[in-house]
Design a protein around this ligand. Structure first.
Ligand code: ADP
Ligand code: PEP
Ligand code: MN
Length: 532
């Protein structure tokens, strides 16, 4: 290990420093320090305590002359440069007494568009997590590695709202000018990877590159597909498919050079994971190296119980992408043929697949619709609509119209077919119906991707205006027409009208930024609602 202090330029001299440890020594450190336990098969199992998901409301961006005009302040909470400096001073003091783990990694598989990040962790397992998730430099690259952005993650740090301008003791403070992100008061590892995403989402539009919250897969035929979607809609699940080459499960860029993964690893939801429906991801739970966050295991046999949600609904597994058979090594592929927008519609209104015009695609991209169901948040008993623009509002520093304009041009230039896919409820809303079978979603997607679906018969959806296939071999015709799956047709019509109304209301803020064609892609909300 290098003896020089890799944090000297930050004015930090920790008690002990570990630089660029590989997976095995990080594993040992995590176990030795009591951060986690080994499951049967070898996975490292850790608990994150209070925070088992991202703390979107505790994220703040420094507002100064540098960011004033480039950040969309309606969607990003701000702190002052002075508050950030105080926070940084306190982070420095906290780090000085600590043992720290540092990795130097890349975000971005395209050499023209990658960012070099230095990640400073208090926890050895966090350091292992981010080594799995990002792109690991070769030894030669490491020899000339220049730290560009620095992310410091100190779970034991407690922010002080009065002093640091935060909402609670948890903080994610983003300073684009100083090229730093400070994370404190949470152990959920996802914060670090989504911080790298935030950096690239800020930087790439400057070079005309579209950053996307999406998974990507391709095949030998080079028919790449993009799967946009908010958390839990199926990006990770559906992109891992034995018949396709996985490029990445969560964050990608789209440029004239094609598509490229920002990352080098995956972060899958583990709750209720079925070996039958998701064999590739399931296999990673039995592998040495996988970091399992908040999964439950038998203390004696160390057998995992993926159905136990007592620690978290959002239990996760992190592994390098090479753990998935047939994954891309380069993290890059050509221009996409298809673009899919995933939504987990818990109202049971949207069809399992619909063909979108480019204008409808833009409408749905800016809307970013999905639904939340009970279990995700305390007190939610009925499904609630969630609109998160660009399918990733918490990670998008810029105005959605910037991302929308980039996307629109790319869809047109490369003549990409666009689809809306609901992985949500069928046969009624959440509570009455059931979740769309993964098998049916996969069959419809495969038919969309191989070009066979587009040649079949379609009907026009009266409320949403998109085209819905009426038949596909191997899929029950009925699920293609959600209204047919509901026992109470009037209830379906009422629910569809209600959802359309929510879309229309949500879209108001975007109307000024889009063409008449995109505005016309709005659903028809003014349907006669049958009396209750
Ligand atoms: N039809 C379906 N398509 C995709 N995922 C489904 C479907 N039905 C149930 N699921 C479950 O929903 C979750 C989707 O999560 P994930 O793929 O991790 O989403 P994301 O990567 O978009 O956050 C998984 O737990 C998966 O098992
Ligand atoms: C890791 C995350 O991404 P996703 O759920 O989209 O996979 C997250 O939102 O914390
Ligand atoms: Mn995912």
């Amino acid at each position: 290990m290098k003896t020089s202090n890799i944090l000297a330029d930050l004015g930090v001299a920790p008690a002990k420093l570990h630089l660029n440890l590989k997976e095995a020594p990080l594993y040992e450190a995590a176990i030795r320090r009591g951060e986690g336990e080994v499951a049967k098969g070898g996975a490292l199992v850790v608990k994150t305590g209070e925070h088992t998901g991202r703390s979107a409301k505790d994220k703040f961006t420094v507002r100064n002359a540098y960011t004033e005009k480039t950040v969309w302040w309606d969607n990003n909470e701000s702190i002052t440069p002075e508050q950030f400096d105080l926070l940084w001073e306190d982070f420095q003091a906290h780090m000085n007494g600590n043992e720290l783990y540092v990795q130097q990694l890349f975000g971005g598989a395209d050499l023209d568009h990658r960012v070099s990040v230095r990640i400073v962790n208090e926890l050895a397992w966090h350091n292992l997590f981010i080594r799995h998730l990002l792109r690991r430099p070769t030894d030669a690259e490491l020899a000339t590695f220049e730290n560009d952005f620095t992310i410091v993650n100190l779970p034991s740090f407690r922010a002080d709202p009065a002093r640091h301008g935060t909402r609670s003791s948890t903080v994610i403070a983003v300073n684009f000018e100083k090229k730093m992100i400070l994370i404190g008061g949470t152990s959920y590892a996802g914060e670090t990877k989504k911080s790298v995403f935030t950096i690239l989402n800020y930087l790439l539009p400057e070079s005309n590159v579209m950053p996307m919250h999406c998974s990507v897969n391709t095949s030998e035929k080079e028919d790449a597909a993009i799967f946009f979607g908010l958390s839990g809609t199926g990006k990770t699940t559906l992109s891992a498919d034995q018949s396709r080459i996985l490029v990445g499960d969560d964050e990608h860029g789209w440029s004239e050079n094609g598509l490229f993964n920002f990352e080098g690893g995956c972060y899958a939801k583990m709750i209720n994971l079925s070996q039958e429906a998701e064999p590739e991801i399931y296999a990673t739970t039995k592998q040495w190296g996988t970091v399992l966050e908040n999964t439950v295991m038998d203390p004696v046999t160390r057998e995992l119980d993926l159905f136990d949600n007592s620690l978290a609904e959002n239990s996760r597994g992190a592994y390098p992408i090479s753990a998935i058979p047939n994954a891309s090594e380069s993290g890059r592929c050509g221009q996409p043929k298809n673009l899919i927008m995933l939504t987990a519609d818990a109202f049971g209104v949207l069809p399992p697949i619909a063909k979108l015009t480019p204008e409808q695609a833009m409408y749905h991209f800016l809307s970013g619709y999905t639904a939340k169901v009970a279990g995700t948040e305390k007190g939610v008993t009925e499904p609630t609509a969630a609109f998160s623009t660009c399918f990733g509002a918490p990670f998008m520093p810029r105005h959605p119209s910037e991302y929308g304009d980039l996307l629109g041009k790319l869809i047109e230039k490369y003549n990409v077919d666009c689809w809306l896919v609901s992985t949500g409820w069928t046969g009624g809303p959440y509570g009455t119906g059931s979740r769309m079978p993964i098998k049916a979603t996969r069959a419809l997607l495969n038919a969309a991707l191989d070009g066979s679906l587009v040649r079949g018969e379609f009907r026009k959806d009266e409320t949403f205006g998109f085209m819905v296939p009426t038949k596909l071999e191997g899929v029950d015709d009925k699920i293609l027409t959600p209204r047919e799956t509901w026992a109470d047709k009037a209830a379906y019509d009422a629910q569809a009208a209600k959802l359309a109304g929510m879309f229309v209301k949500n879209f108001k803020v975007f109307e000024a930024y889009v063409s008449d064609g995109v505005k016309a892609a709005a659903p028809v909300a003014q349907q006669t609602v049958p009396a209750e």
